[in-house]
Design a protein around this ligand. Structure first.
Ligand SMILES: C[S@@+](CC[C@H](N)C(=O)[O-])C[C@H]1O[C@@H](n2cnc3c(N)ncnc32)[C@H](O)[C@@H]1O
Length: 199
């Protein structure tokens, strides 16, 4: 149900192609290269993990972490040999300090209360190597009046944590969690942002 729902909603952001371009931007923002160990937090049905798995190749490793058994069951179906999924709270990632070269979280933070968001970003910092990058993709608050109107209707569907998320500054959250060299880009009529930072 999740993937078809995302596909229909993505009509507004360029459909499947638009979604794929956003995911590619996340991979670029992390600086993924062959052989890397990459973490995807709140991996959902594992679409990004599958894309990253192709980039890191057989010498690399991709780990997806999610709280939902249902999502992970779907993810397992598209799993490649160099991918592992874990049923886990993203506040407690089951890996040692500095294990990963880089990490991502896409459309995950808006689903959490603010304190949990910060815990998750700090946990991502713990497991990423010094000099490694994280990339966060999530909603942004659009400036255009008409788009903002439609977006606000969508926020009612999303619920309280998403409404709270879009009022806050994601770049500051990432900086506060201990990352530097923060960069931000926006897409989909300014309704989506990608923020990256260096550990
Ligand atoms: C909107 S989905 C996004 C899935 C995927 N990243 C994507 O872009 O399609 C949000 C995901 O975050 C997961 N999630 C929410 N809170 C979490 C937490 N504390 N720890 C791990 N996963 C969590 C949910 O189970 C869900 O799969």
């Amino acid at each position: 149900m999740y993937d078809p729902l995302v596909r229909s909603l993505s009509f507004f952001i360029g459909g499947e192609r638009g979604l794929r371009m956003m995911r590619t931007s996340v991979i670029d923002a992390m600086g993924v290269t062959p052989g890397m160990r990459v973490l995807d937090v709140c991996c959902g049905t594992g679409v990004l993990c599958a894309m990253v798995a192709e980039m890191v190749g057989a010498d690399g490793k991709v780990v997806g972490v999610d709280l939902s058994e249902k999502m992970l069951k779907k993810a397992e179906k598209r799993k490649k040999d160099n991918v592992r999924f874990f049923l886990s709270n993203a506040e407690e990632i089951p890996y040692d300090d500095e294990y990963f070269d880089c990490a991502s979280i896409t459309f995950g933070l808006h689903e959490m209360p603010h304190q949990v968001r910060m815990n998750v970003l700090c946990e991502m910092r713990r497991v990423v190597k010094p000099g490694g990058k994280i990339a966060v993709l999530d909603y942004a608050h659009p400036k255009n009046k008409l788009i903002r109107c439609l977006f606000n209707i969508w926020m009612f569907v999303e619920g309280e944590t998403a409404k709270d998320f879009v009022k806050r500054d994601l770049s500051s959250m990432v900086r506060y969690a201990g990352f530097n060299s923060i960069e931000k880009s926006v897409c989909a009529y300014n309704t989506v942002q990608i923020v990256s930072g260096v550990r």
